[in-house]
Ligand binder design. Structure first.
Ligand code: MIC
Ligand code: SF4
Length: 651
């Protein structure tokens, strides 16, 4: 992004990219420190239930009467299985909060937040902040949509700005036309093959070029959704005639504005993809960046096929699957599950007969919710091969550690369902863009009082709703223990597992028992013992620490257990922001080779840590193995948060 001296500004450039155009109308100059971060005004917010309870508890503690941003929507889509009272308690709490503060409440069963938001609320040219890492789905209609921790959403709902690293913008130039059997999933997998899941912090990817026009909105949204796996701030498509047609068909033409890049706009980098040369791709276990061609493992036996989630769950995608399965039956030894993105999608499939086709073909029709994607059900059997159209295949995320999960397009998934083995799709019938989507907003509650709220609403707090702990001020020096040492690409699913543990999201003491459960089930006990001995817990990590989700619990629960610093080779954007929001210092090794020299259990002292944070961010770890230099590059705002012990403690 073009900068002028200290203040980030996109206003001075004459030929602007799509990203710069949106940023230019949202930048809050007084709060931006152009060198490392810029502040933007947030128009819309979204939360989902698993991150929402914390976000709203934090919002409540800010003492605001009603939301201050244009629109806030609270979706229930993650914890919908309701075994025991916990999830249901959360839903009641979320509904009552929504009513009181002027938030629209999307009931469980309505669909998955990202698909629903795209259908009913997202607007080109606006900003959306969501407490879910796949919020960038909105980039599919030219919205600058960013994932963040719940507390950042709370601040935005209270009218505060959001801070992003001063972006670098990469053009992903699309040319040519996709071959039959190749689709949007293969495009984003190509991008992941090229750029990987680490090293993209601070980038925004903007899709350009002649190949864009032929991609419908669901295809664009598949690409921006899975941009989250790159670790970029967000991804965005222009808002053009295709966007216009989509919004018109959703009866929201008034929300359309055209936003395209100016001819001659400059990007920090460019990468071109010739769509006509793309082949079906897959992400092999256990990373979305582990991309291989489908051809390379064609014929391999498959045990399970899961279609849907917040990506590839649109009418276009599921209808495509129905077209492939029509008049046939799935292989007898393969289990096939389908989770549509929204009620609108299910209604359309019901009306045009596709639902009947899928049922007849032997598919299990699941609730339109996150479910299988987050290991909340449909875990594969031991050592199973599961082909899935969702966006993450981290080890164990499906609920079965030994399972091998491959991420593929709906076309590949459907063709493989018929054979029970990995199969490339052929002669796939294209699904035309619908001219009219059926509109039914009845499961969005409190629309009439949106923005204002109903003041005397009683907030419902069942026993699963606990309080949010606050951090403590940073001391002059810290003495601690390297309580755990982990490797590269540690995801938030490693730090704070979801699946069966997800129901404890609103109860920090309970959820904290599972911090690092997949890496070291004793972490919780060790950490509490250190805390009892007045020692801080320090986490030693490799590259790209905190990949994946926006869950602030991966910072909040460690804070609760007395974690005060992470020392890693590199840390991902959303997780880094969450750590700072909870007063945990995100250090990086000045010399990455020092990672090898520290062991789990080592005692670590960091003298003068407070002065280091106030100053240039450089500190020394004093250990029995020697002294090691570490650094953290904090903006003035971030320094304040760390010194105070986190955002809540700073209010
Ligand atoms: C995910 O896909 O990992 C989640 C569950 O949607 C998370 C949010 C969460 O942990 O609640 C995300 O992507 O941010
Ligand atoms: Fe839900 Fe999966 Fe999407 Fe996360 S990635 S929002 S769990 S469907």
């Amino acid at each position: 992004m073009k900068k002028n001296n200290s203040k980030a500004t996109c206003k001075t450039a004459t030929k602007l990219t799509v990203v710069e155009k949106i940023l230019a109308s949202h930048i809050v100059n007084e709060e931006s420190s152009g060198e490392s971060e810029i502040a933007i005004r947030i128009d819309q917010t979204l939360t989902q239930d698993a991150t929402g309870t914390m976000a709203y508890l934090q919002f409540e503690s800010m003492g605001v009467n009603s939301i201050k941003n244009d629109l806030a929507v609270s979706y229930v889509d993650h914890n919908t299985v309701q075994i025991g009272y916990e999830n249901a308690d959360d839903h009641d709490f979320l509904a009552s909060i929504a009513k009181k503060y002027g938030i629209i409440y999307s009931k469980a069963g309505n669909g998955i937040c990202h698909q629903l938001h795209l259908e009913r609320f997202g607007k080109p040219g606006t900003t959306l902040l969501g407490s879910d890492s796949h919020t960038p789905t909105g980039g599919g209609i030219g919205q600058l949509a960013i994932g963040a921790g719940g507390i950042d959403i709370a601040v935005a709902m209270a009218g505060g700005a959001f801070h992003i690293p001063t972006p670098k913008i990469r053009a992903i130039k699309l040319k040519g036309k996709l071959k039959n059997g190749v689709s949007a999933k293969d495009i984003i997998l190509k991008v992941l093959e090229k750029f990987g899941t680490k090293g993209n912090v601070g980038w925004i990817f903007e899709y350009t070029g002649p190949g864009v026009a032929a991609l419908d909105v669901p295809s664009r949204a598949t690409i921006t959704n899975m941009g989250a796996e790159l670790g970029v701030t967000t991804s965005v498509f222009p808002s053009d005639q295709t966007t216009r047609r989509f919004l018109a068909a959703q009866k929201r033409l008034k929300d359309w504005v055209e936003i395209t890049a100016d001819k001659g706009a400059k990007y920090d980098d460019e990468f071109e993809i010739d769509l006509s040369k793309l082949e079906p791709l897959a992400a092999a276990p256990h990373s979305p960046g582990n991309v291989i061609s489908v051809k390379s493992f064609e014929g391999a036996k498959v045990n399970q096929i899961m279609i849907g989630s917040c990506t590839n769950s649109s009418y276009r995608d599921i209808r495509t699957v129905a077209n492939i399965l029509k008049g046939k039956h799935v292989a007898e030894d393969v289990e096939v599950g389908i989770a549509c993105g929204s009620r609108q999608v299910v209604n359309m499939l019901a009306k045009d007969g596709s639902l009947g086709v899928l049922i007849k073909a032997g598919c299990r029709i699941l609730e339109n919710a996150c479910g299988f994607c987050i290991g909340a059900h449909m875990s594969p059997s031991t050592n199973a091969v599961s082909l899935r159209t969702n966006n993450r295949n981290f080890e164990g995320r499906s609920g079965t550690k030994s399972a091998k999960v491959y991420l593929v397009s709906p076309e590949t998934a459907a063709a493989s369902a018929l054979t029970g083995a990995v199969t490339r799709a052929k002669n796939v019938k294209a699904v035309p863009e619908p001219k009219n989507f059926p509109i039914d907003d009845e499961m969005f509650l409190y629309r009439a009082t949106a923005g204002k709220g109903v003041k005397n609403t009683k907030i419902i707090r069942g026993p699963n709703i606990a309080t949010v702990p606050k951090g403590e001020k940073l001391a002059e020096k810290i003495c601690g223990i390297a309580t755990i040492k982990v490797g590269d690409k540690i995801t938030t699913d490693h730090i704070m597992p979801a699946g069966a543990r997800l129901k404890f999201r609103s109860n920090i003491p309970e959820y904290s028992k599972y911090v690092f459960e997949p890496c070291d089930a004793k972490f919780h006990d060790k950490a509490l013992e250190n805390k009892g001995n007045n020692l801080f817990n320090i986490i030693i990590a490799g590259e790209s620490y905190g990949q994946g989700s926006s869950r602030e619990h991966a910072a909040l629960c460690p804070m609760f257990l007395g974690v005060k610093a992470i020392v890693a080779k590199s840390i991902e954007r959303i997780h880094r922001a969450n750590l700072i929001n909870f007063g945990i210092i995100p250090f990086e090794f000045s010399n990455p080779g020092d990672y090898e020299k520290i062991n789990e259990g080592d005692t670590i002292e960091i003298p003068g840590i407070k002065s280091a944070v106030e100053g240039d961010g450089e500190a020394t770890l004093v250990t029995s193995k020697g002294n090691f230099k570490v650094k953290t590059n904090l903006s003035a705002r971030e320094k304040k948060l760390i010194l105070a012990g986190g955002l809540l403690a700073s209010l």
